[in-house]
Design a binder for this molecule. Structure first.
Ligand code: GLU
Length: 297
């Protein structure tokens, strides 16, 4: 069988302008593809229709073009593919590894308080969200349908423990992923997954029938991505992604989690870090070569 070409991707969310951190990530992905004689794709991750805006999509094209990058056309834009993610959600529902959760944030906080535990001491997932305390997990399918019928808002949560049991059975052993660049602890090679750190993570919502985790694994498979290059801040998310890949019978890509670009105070850049925005830097007279120098790529 012919070895698939190397394919990398840069997958920004158009909810703000790109900054130096994005420049590093985009150039890293493009250079990894070039180094391995492969292809580089751009993907627009705009499932959050409330926060994503067309002018930011234009801004992404403008900034990347200015940096000198080229990518294949057409660009996959996630908001145009909700049926693909719904189909994957349906597969998870058929496996009975997701359940509808009707809890509001307030209800979650209240349940934690009712347990006599200070929210400060309640465990949080790697993204900083409170671990879900399991309310609504055991309601009957009939009760679930009744609440949906009433028009209540809900999210589909992964029953992570059950999903893990099924995935281990399917894969016939421990589930790992291959890290090429270096985990936060600097290790490369096969890494164990620890999806339990996220608890019963949200996989889709009533109004948006997907989530970052679900759409990213569906798209990476559909686009035959072989090397997932992205910032180290998304390292732990890979635990959920590998679990979903096994459950959904999707191929296993390799991972390169790269270093993050920080501001002078050593803080990670955010979309509000205006002075680090590519548009602002361009308007202040910086060249693409200056940008490369600033991010040391
Ligand atoms: N869309 C994500 C972001 O902008 C990146 C997704 C990924 O590379 O897996 O943070």
């Amino acid at each position: 069988m012919q070895k698939p070409d190397t394919i990398t991707r840069f997958a920004p969310s158009p909810n703000g302008r790109l900054h130096l951190g994005h420049a590093y990530s985009a150039l890293y992905a493009a250079e990894k593809a070039a180094e391995l004689g492969g292809r580089f794709l751009l993907r627009i991750e705009d499932i959050d229709v409330g926060r994503c805006r067309p002018e930011f999509v234009e801004g992404i094209y403008e900034d990347l073009e200015w940096l000198g990058l080229t990518w294949e056309i057409p660009v996959r834009q996630q908001s145009e593919h909700f049926p693909d993610y719904e189909a994957a959600l349906k597969q998870l529902r058929d496996m009975d590894v997701v359940y509808p959760c009707f809890a509001t944030r307030r209800e979650i906080e209240q349940t934690i308080a009712d347990n006599g535990i200070d929210a400060e001491r309640w465990p949080r997932d790697p993204d900083g969200a409170l671990l879900y305390p399991g309310i609504y997990k055991d309601i009957s399918p009939k009760e679930g349908s009744r609440l949906m019928w009433e028009g209540r808002t809900y999210a589909w949560r992964l029953d992570t423990e059950k999903a893990m049991r099924l995935a281990i059975k399917k894969s016939g052993g421990a589930i790992t992923f291959t890290e090429l660049q270096g985990s936060p602890s600097g290790k490369t090679g096969a890494q164990p997954i620890k999806p339990e750190l996220f608890g019963d993570v949200v996989i889709a919502r009533k109004d948006v029938p997907t989530s970052y985790h679900l759409s990213v694994v569906v798209d990476d498979a559909l686009q035959n991505i072989t090397h997932i290059t992205r910032g180290r801040d998304l390292y732990s998310a890979t635990y959920i992604h590998r679990l979903l890949q096994v459950l959904l019978d999707l191929p296993e890509p390799r991972y390169c989690h790269h270093r993050l670009i920080e501001d002078e105070a050593g803080r990670r850049l955010s979309k509000s870090a205006k002075d680090m925005g590519l548009k602002d830097l361009r308007e202040a007279g910086k060249t693409p070569a200056d940008i490369r120098q600033m991010i040391r790529i």
